[in-house]
Design a protein around this ligand. Structure first.
Ligand code: KIV
Ligand code: NA
Length: 264
């Protein structure tokens, strides 16, 4: 098996095959997700909460992201590897973003993900022109939790929806090759997905996105407690973690996840 590339994901979108992405932070789960047919593994800065026990993604560093990226890369063969740029490692300038993308790419990332809309377009342009593919992330951007006033749905009213659409277009025009849409109304996610050529990856967005992503430990229902609306427990009724992950891949591919109850 060879590793999937961004060209493969673009072909999947063109042919209507949904892209199944999950977060992953270590080699054992990477092996499990690979065997279950996950197309892309995101080393998300959600590891600040899931692995490190913080209550936000803000304390995560480039060194942490590189460490977990290397583990996931060693544990998997086929999935496309995407790594989040951590808070404060790219917002200062395009040059700072490139400097901090380098150790992530060296650790095995095939692309980096960064949060933000039109204000990040020059950075996206700078990175992609220098050999670093970029996945955008708009809507609910957890690194801005204190600016947003909590983890809540974005783009609800007409003016806010227009801003999210404009952000999507700016990031795509700057050269991003994937775009995560988090916690926005389903009709808005559908409109963005229809407007853009690049694949959109939804989390609390719409089944009309080209692909879906969830936090692995959330969809396996590892920790007790209330989950976001967009999380489905794929472990329910499954005999093993591998079977639960395979059920997620199947549900994304056949369009049964996300259902209306997972959307806004
Ligand atoms: O860090 C993360 O897990 C993410 C995804 C949920 C999109 O950014
Ligand atoms: Na993230």
């Amino acid at each position: 098996t060879r590793r999937l590339t961004l060209a493969d994901l673009a072909k999947m979108k063109a042919s209507g095959e949904k892209i199944a992405m999950l977060t992953c932070y270590d080699a054992s789960f990477a092996r499990c997700c690979d065997a279950a047919g996950v197309d892309s593994l995101l080393i998300g800065d959600s590891l600040g909460m899931v692995v490190q026990g913080h209550d936000s993604t803000l304390p995560v560093t480039t060194e942490h992201m590189a460490y977990h990226t290397a583990a996931v890369a060693r544990g998997s063969q086929r999935p496309l590897i995407v790594t989040d740029m951590s808070f404060g490692s790219y917002q200062e300038s395009p040059a700072q973003a490139l400097r901090n993308a380098v150790p992530l790419m060296a650790a095995g990332a095939q692309m980096v993900k960064l949060e933000g809309g039109r204000e990040m377009a020059p950075t996206v342009q700078f990175l992609t022109a220098r050999g670093v593919p970029v996945c955008g992330h708009i809507g609910l951007t957890p690194q801005s939790v204190h600016q947003l006033g909590g983890y809540r749905v974005q783009g609800r009213d007409e003016a806010a929806a227009a801003r999210v659409l404009d952000d999507a277009q700016a990031i795509a025009a700057a050269g991003a090759s994937l775009l995560v849409l988090e916690a926005i109304p389903a009709p808005l996610a559908e409109r963005i997905s229809a407007t853009l050529t690049i694949p959109t990856i939804g989390i609390g967005a719409s089944p009309a996105c080209a692909g879906q992503v969830l936090v692995l430990q959330d969809m396996l229902d590892v920790a007790p407690g209330k989950k976001a609306r967009f999380v489905r427990n794929f472990m329910a009724g499954q005999p093993s973690i591998g079977a639960a992950v395979a059920a997620y891949v199947q549900a994304v591919k056949d369009g049964s996840f996300p259902a209306p109850e997972h959307c806004y």
